[in-house]
Design a protein around this ligand. Structure first.
Ligand code: 5GP
Length: 186
């Protein structure tokens, strides 16, 4: 289908196909369910990128759990993180004494998440860990530890399954790379 009426048209390459994503989310859910079997789990989803992952993960987790959301934005330009983060939407409930698992879409430099974890740590959760769907391999020494990682990917800008470019492509059911022409149009 020609033109911008078809979002698949703008994708150069599919990096992680839908069934592969689905299978990995199931695996992560099983690992998390084992680790948190006797604990009250609170999933904290980071908006908006983690929304699809969060929903699928929660659905696959056969545990009594709570869900809350935060929205953050990095200052400065959008392709490189400064590590200075603004909280656009905070959690609705206290996390003190709770077993918190932060659900994130992608970790690049790790600076955004590090800031977030420092902020959450000050609220005294019982435990605080991270489940990231994607981890970019370019940075070797990340300033934080990721308890669960879906996929390690090369240093390319990806969209889909919650991840956007200029707020679009979040609804793609796979992780893909955009055609260079899409950037050139801006
Ligand atoms: P970091 O602070 O780890 O360098 O950047 C993390 C944030 O940058 C992610 O939460 C995401 O919003 C954005 N980001 C990093 N890499 C990508 C990417 O390949 N695609 C998209 N859509 N966003 C990315």
């Amino acid at each position: 289908m020609p033109g911008s009426s078809d979002i698949h048209h703008d994708i150069e390459e599919i990096l992680i196909a839908e069934p592969v994503l689905r299978a990995r989310v199931e695996e992560l859910a099983h690992a998390i369910a084992e680790d948190y079997a006797a604990k009250d789990l609170l999933l904290v989803g980071i908006l908006k990128g983690a929304i699809l992952f969060m929903v699928d993960l929660a659905r696959a987790l056969e545990l009594p759990l709570e869900m809350d959301f935060m929205a953050v934005s990095s200052y400065g330009n959008s392709t490189e993180s400064s590590g200075v983060v603004r909280i656009l939407k905070d959690l609705e409930h206290s996390i003190t004494g709770k077993h918190v698992l932060v659900v994130e879409d992608i970790v690049d430099s790790g600076l955004t998440l590090r800031y977030l974890l420092e902020n959450l740590e000050r609220r005294h959760p019982a435990s605080l860990r991270v489940c990231a769907l994607l981890d970019k391999e370019k940075v070797q020494d990340k300033p934080l530890e990721l308890a669960y990682i879906g996929f390690t990917i090369p240093d390319r800008f990806v969209v889909g399954y919650g991840l956007d470019y200029a707020q679009k492509y979040r609804n793609l059911p796979y992780i893909g790379v955009l055609k260079p022409s899409v950037y050139a149009e801006d």
